[in-house]
Write a protein that binds this ligand. Structure first.
Ligand SMILES: [Zn+2]
Length: 95
């Protein structure tokens, strides 16, 4: 698959539901790091088409801390509040 095809497929899947990088990787058969590489382009292209990418921010299972406004697609390594590493990665969908 070329980059454009992958991006179109990511957009199509994001219209079906909310997914994290791992789920997108599994559904599309694309490496997680490639999904992370493509997401900023997908986000820009969606913003231009009037159906913006919605990000459910990563949060900490231990203390409930939400990584608000982080604006990144990767999973945070550690909670800044309680220092634990049980972090739910961010998830994405198209409204
Ligand atoms: Zn925490």
């Amino acid at each position: 698959m070329n980059a454009g095809t992958i991006r179109q497929q990511i957009m199509a899947v994001l219209k079906e539901g909310e997914w994290g990088v791992r789920e997108l990787s599994q559904r599309l058969g694309v490496a997680e790091k490639d999904v992370i590489t493509h997401l900023p382009y997908v986000q820009r292209s969606l913003a231009g088409s009037g159906t913006p990418l919605v990000i459910r921010e990563a949060f900490c299972w231990a203390c409930g801390f939400t990584f608000k406004g982080r604006g990144r697609f990767t999973r945070p390594g550690r909670c800044p509040r309680c220092r634990r590493t049980r972090i739910e990665p961010p998830a994405f969908h198209v409204a």
